[in-house]
Design a protein around this ligand. Sequence first.
Ligand code: GLA
Length: 374
Amino acid sequence: MRSIEQRAVQAYREQFLEEPAIIASAPGRVNLIGEHTDYNGGFVLPCAVEQRVAVAVGAVGHESGQLYSADFRELCPLTGKRTGSWADYPCGVVWALTAQGHEVPLFRATFAGDVPLGSGLSSSAAIEAATALALDAFFHLGISGKDLAVLCQQAENGFVGVNSGIMDQYASLLSQAGMALLIDCRTLEAEAVPLDLAAAGLTLVVCDTQVPRELSATGYNARRQTCERAAHALGVKELRDAHIQDLDRLSGEELKRARHVVTENARVLEAAEALRRDDFVEFGRLMYASHRSLRDDYEVSTPELNAFVDLAAQFRALGARLTGAGFGGCAIALIKSEGAQALVESVRQHFAGRGFPRPIFYTFQPAAGAEVVR
Ligand code: GLA
């Protein structure tokens, strides 16, 4: 068992003075390329990070269902009401299961996680995925990984109230160790593409800029709406179906947003192709192009994210880009391993000099998706 899973078990023993019946965990994710394409029916290429959320689940007698977070040291009731706390994610999963007609008896659960919160590494998808997988196993629901991903997205959209696409939940549930996952967000078909960074002598540096993503919900929803308007104006179901030559029928914001989505979808497919032949130089070029498009056309970057990408280029990173929704959060750089530390030092200095928040860095090997471990 991973240490984070042991923490969830330990918390279960301490809280409920019993052994849990099921232990599961699910990772956060980093998206390598394919941003703001998922809700346009397009393509994404994420992989799981090593940080996870673990859950230990067991039955209750006649008392009510309970949820305990070892990180927040907080016991919450299992309810059908939103409270604005971490418990909304597991409660949302139960809500979505019930809405789909599944029988979910009362249960109790403890949670422990090390996915950084609110930084764009999808801690919320990790807690949803871990809960969904654990409940599926505990109550013998027999739901497929893909359907669990859809269900977790419904929890996020319909219960938590965040209008996200399917990428984060899908990546958390279905990623494989050592692989990136090319997901077609319309058909929900996926292909695991080997990503052996160590063998290539490369490191993926994640920079959490620590810029709070306060405006992200409004900005995110506004982007979604503009994309829908653009698709409507072009007479297509989703921007996935638009071609670059169609775009001259659009103007202003709709043109810029649609141009990002159409070119980004093409970049994801090219990037997956580059990975299949271990062409990290081409992969990196596509990362930089993705960042420019997110900065100039989709307008979701920040000075901090741009500064990181510019420094990465100066340090000869093969590629760099913001990752996740943008508006703050994380950026990534793909760089020769021997150069990673110098980049990190320089970003620290540069950020301090410009009065930016103190960034936090992570490196990782692509990790396994959600698992029931016992
Ligand atoms: C957030 C959402 C995802 C996706 C990304 C942008 O992470 O949760 O569904 O839309 O933003 O690519």
